[in-house]
Ligand binder design. Structure first.
Ligand code: HEC
Length: 128
């Protein structure tokens, strides 16, 4: 009986660990979010659209890791968060569509899109 419990606990842990590490970032979803949420604000700001191809893969990785947006005024993760999506979803289709996506998944998706579209990425991308 004891052994069965230990085995069951082990199986559950394996499932949890498996789901956490098995998440396969979806760059297409990242692209939708980047274009609809990030770019729509940039395009309306003095900064203008920021193409993924303006940075290298290493630069995007470092940028996202630092999580300092707009010269440190706020954070990138803030604009990816469920709370932010909830705030803008009435006027933003992508935010509405991904309203319940876990923050970590959406952040991984956006990163995958930016890395793919980086200056030295698989397919350097513009915003549109
Ligand atoms: C509500 C508006 C808004 C949203 C949403 C937004 N940004 Fe920005 N972003 C700005 C502004 C404004 C600047 C320019 C800040 C400056 O130069 O002072 C900027 C600058 C940037 C820069 C240039 C470097 C820097 O941080 O100054 C990057 C890269 C960037 N944003 C990425 C993102 C990503 C990725 C997202 C989406 C997850 C996002 N932004 C969402 C307004 C926004």
């Amino acid at each position: 009986m004891k052994l069965a419990k230990i085995l069951a606990a082990g199986a559950i842990l394996t499932v949890i660990a498996g789901t956490a590490s098995a998440y396969d970032a979806d760059w297409k979803r990242g692209r939708i979010y980047y274009r609809s949420v990030c770019t729509s604000c940039h395009a309306a700001s003095p900064v203008g659209s920021i193409n993924p191809s303006t940075k290298t893969k290493a630069e995007w990785t470092a940028y996202l890791q630092a999580d300092k947006h707009a010269k440190g005024k706020d954070t990138v993760s803030g604009y990816v968060s469920k709370a932010y999506r909830a705030k803008i979803k009435s006027g933003n289709k992508a935010a509405e569509k991904f309203a319940d996506t876990p923050d970590a998944e959406l952040a991984a998706d956006i990163k995958a899109f930016l890395i793919k579209g980086a200056k030295d990425g698989d397919s350097p991308a513009t915003c549109s």
